[in-house]
Write a protein of this length. Structure first.
Length: 147
């Protein structure tokens, strides 16, 4: 978590420590399998296109795993920018009613009017104390900018 005077940036911590080595392992495993898979005792012949395809599958799977490290939340004077796994949005402070972390929830959320909310995947329960500090900082910014 990075906190300056008026800006806060939070990214998930533990998922990064797991996802990056998993992605590297997937690429290595699939490339090794592709190289070693030239022909088998079953009589099946694997050509160059098959080997490239197997390696490409490993790269695609690694890319999918790396999507898990994309979440980020940036809070500043203008509002809160939440980027989850694929999509993001900017939420102005005036529309945020509360910052909550419901019991048993995997991540925090911004409570909006009419029982709507925005999940904040960057602040995850798995991060423990880091998540607690991030929630406190985000709530402090909410009090500062939303009154």
């Amino acid at each position: 978590m990075i906190v300056t005077t008026d800006t806060m940036v939070v990214r998930p911590y533990k998922v990064r420590r797991i996802a990056i080595p998993v992605a590297v392992a997937l690429v290595v495993i699939f490339v090794v399998v592709a190289v070693l898979l030239k022909s088998g005792s079953t009589g099946v012949r694997f050509g160059l296109s098959d080997q490239v395809s197997i390696a490409a599958i490993g790269v695609v799977l690694a890319g999918a795993v790396l999507l898990l490290i994309q979440p980020r939340v940036v809070a500043d004077a203008d509002g809160v920018e939440v980027r989850n796994v694929l999509f993001g949005q900017k939420v102005p402070w005036s529309t945020i009613e509360a910052v909550s972390f419901p019991d048993g929830a995997p991540w925090a959320r911004l409570e909006l009017p009419h029982d709507e909310y925005v999940p904040v995947v960057a602040i995850q329960a798995a991060d423990g104390e880091r998540a607690v500090v991030a929630i406190r900082e985000l709530r402090a910014l909410l009090r500062k900018y939303n009154g």
